[in-house]
Design a protein around this ligand. Structure first.
Ligand SMILES: Nc1nc2c(ncn2[C@@H]2O[C@H](COP(=O)(O)OP(=O)(O)OP(=O)(O)O)[C@@H](O)[C@H]2O)c(=O)[nH]1
Ligand SMILES: [Mg+2]
Length: 617
């Protein structure tokens, strides 16, 4: 006698497969094991209306046929008919959650492309009804070309219809063979799923309608990217235009502290360490707190409102062009705050080469530690002029710096994915949350955490490096007529480095600032502050702010070269340490340091010589 036809229950996690399995088979269940793996095999018996027996297997939930765990691999292999210890299934019952139709349909479409006899159990209809969502089953069935049955597994509703549909597909279908290849074009399935779920949704609740409405614009292939660029543009304009007043307060406080120290302490070594090294050195970094917080207000708002996932979706197309997926977008996005959490977030990428690529390019995202460097140079050299009404030149330059970093990452990923980390990217598998109004409290907590982290850095690593640098630039004391910044220990080291950096437009002070900035980029600012203050100690008592000093001493070409350098240079010890930990060795961090310094050198040189050619030297 022929064995009973084998039917498998498949679908996304939590679609209700097991609930449906229990409802259909009742107590007639067996639990075994698939050979060679620790995954349990759940099977049971059910009878069709004509009395024919069916063997039903319940499979682990998965989002696609691209498994990221042993459970999911079993699901794939059973469905394809190549799982050891399992027959080729005669038909599939695909279970989808009616309240999350567009996400679940993606997998339905991929399964359908296998060509096996299939019926769709549209489960959780009760929840959909509760939410005011009405699905047109006939339209859905026509669009998919599959029988569709509405079910409520936990209430045992729709089971008769499901058995009838099963009898139908088994009657017409021939026994099928293993499937050799799988269509893995997840992006295509995603688009189709969206379209079909829209076509089959007869009525939807208001918030959902609002979300769809916004998404029609936000995810539009042309308007969407323009909107994203516009949002980023406003963000960078705001960084400059909103921060003026609070920066003034911090500078006022810093000036008052320095004046008070100068007025009340005897003029000795300790006083200048306190004033030049600590108050002005650390102060020159802390003054950027308002700009960092404004940047984070935007990032946190975009996240909390649900827009960030849309941005990831828009970027996905761009990223697939360089062999990465939308999955890499979230780690890269966190890297705009800081590459360290960004690199740690790459753990969510299952493909090891895609993950490695993401780690290697994460430092190219403009982290908040670059903002002090950018802001001081832009403030000193780029006039606060309006290019167009409401469009400031300074914000525009900042946006260009961010975009240059992104472009660098795109090129780096493109090259890496064709050489050192060869491979193709996976699909985009993120659920789109509904839009919502962000909670003020959450934003406030997020901002407070950023402020705390930034100030703690200023109080620890930046303070230590600044004090060490102050000591190294203050001694040995230069004889009359010789510049202190050149005669000192730090100055002599910088003179060595200057030989290499002079061709790309760097002067002695910049060469000096680049060394301690290896610890953290912001230190470049306090280092420049310290160097100029020490040289100027006699004439102006170090009271002048850094921007003014730079503007008088550097050419525009030099300043632009310095900006270009910081777009690429891997000047952050913590990032290198995290990359070493996450890649289990020194090989990849060294690759990262090497290519980033090479890019920094080339970019700074190209910028400098182009600017000189335009007469800006
Ligand atoms: N309201 C409602 N809840 C359901 C329905 N079907 C399943 N559930 C519930 O949804 C949850 C997930 O159901 P499961 O049957 O475990 O889902 P699954 O597809 O087997 O999930 P995985 O095995 O993790 O892939 C459980 O809490 C069920 O009780 C339904 O039709 N309506
Ligand atoms: Mg289950």
């Amino acid at each position: 006698m022929n064995p009973a036809p084998l039917v498998a229950l498949v679908g996304n996690p939590n679609a209700g497969k097991t609930a449906l399995f229990n409802a259909l088979t009742g107590a007639r269940q067996k639990v075994g094991n698939y050979p060679g793996v620790t995954v349990e095999r759940h099977s049971g018996r059910l009878a069709l209306d004509d009395g024919r027996p069916i063997e039903l297997v319940d499979l682990p939930g998965t989002y696609s046929l691209d498994p990221s765990s042993p459970d999911e691999a079993v699901t794939r292999d059973v469905v394809l008919g190549r799982q050891a210890g399992e027959r080729v299934p005669d038909a599939l019952i695909v279970v989808a959650d009616a309240t999350n139709l567009d996400n679940h349909l993606r997998f339905v479409l991929q399964l359908k492309s296998l060509g096996r006899p299939m019926v769709l159990a549209l489960n959780m209809i009760d929840m959909a009804t509760r939410d005011g969502l009405k699905i047109d089953l006939a339209a859905l069935s026509a669009e998919l070309g599959l029988p569709v049955v509405a079910t409520v597994a936990v209430r045992k509703r729709g089971l008769d219809e499901l058995r009838a549909a099963l009898a139908g597909i088994l009657a017409s279908a021939p026994r099928t063979a293993p499937v050799e290849s799988v269509d893995a074009d997840i992006r295509h399935f995603q688009r189709e799923a969206r379209r079909i779920s829209r076509a089959a949704t007869a009525e939807q609740p208001r918030m959902r309608a609002v979300t769809r409405g916004i998404d029609r614009v936000a995810l539009h292939p042309v308007v969407g990217p323009i909107l994203l660029l516009a949002i980023l543009f406003v963000m960078f304009q705001a960084v400059f235009s909103w921060s003026e007043a609070p920066i003034g307060w911090i500078e006022g406080l810093q000036g008052w502290l320095a004046d008070t120290a100068v007025a009340n302490l005897p003029d000795n070594f300790l006083r200048s360490l306190l004033v030049e090294g600590i108050i002005n050195g650390v102060g020159s970094v802390v003054v950027f707190l308002p700009q960092i917080l404004i940047l984070f207000v935007f990032i946190l708002l975009l996240e909390a409102s649900g827009y960030m996932v849309r941005a990831a979706f828009l970027m996905d197309r761009l990223m697939s062009g360089v062999g990465l997926s939308g999955r890499a977008f979230i780690p890269l996005l966190s890297s705009f705050a800081c590459a360290i959490p960004g690199i740690m977030a790459t753990r969510s990428i299952d493909d090891p080469k895609e993950r490695l690529t993401t780690i290697l390019i994460a430092p190219l995202m403009t982290c908040s530690a670059r903002l002090p460097v950018y802001a001081v140079i832009i403030g000193a050299f780029i006039p606060a002029r309006q290019v167009l009404p409401g469009v400031g030149l300074q914000g525009l330059v900042l946006l260009v710096l961010y975009l240059t970093g992104i472009l660098g990452a795109v090129i780096a990923a493109f090259v890496l994915r064709r050489t050192a980390t060869k491979g193709v990217g996976g699909g985009f598998l993120m659920e789109m949350p509904r839009y919502q109004l962000p909670s003020i409290r959450d934003i406030a907590i997020g901002l407070w955490q950023r402020a705390y982290v930034f100030l703690r850095r200023a109080g620890t690593i930046i303070l230590q490096v600044t004090v060490a640098l102050w000591l190294l630039t203050s001694y040995p004391v230069a004889p009359a007529g010789v510049k202190q910044s050149e005669y000192s220990i730090a100055g002599r080291i910088a003179s060595g480095l200057e030989v290499v950096l002079r061709p790309i437009g760097f002067n002695h002070e910049m060469s000096l600032a680049v060394i301690p900035a290896m610890a953290a980029r912001e230190v470049a600012v306090s280092a420049l502050q310290t160097v100029y203050a020490i040289d100027a100690a006699d004439e102006e008592q170090g009271a002048q702010e850094l921007g003014g000093r730079l503007a008088g001493r550097w050419s525009l070409a030099t300043a632009l070269a310095f900006l270009a350098w910081f777009v690429f240079a891997p000047q952050c010890l913590s990032t290198i340490a995290v990359a070493r930990r996450e890649t289990n060795g020194w090989k990849w961090p060294l690759v990262m340091i090497g290519y980033l310094f090479a890019l920094a050198y080339i970019a700074a040189g190209a910028t400098y010589w182009t600017a000189v050619a335009f007469g800006l030297g």
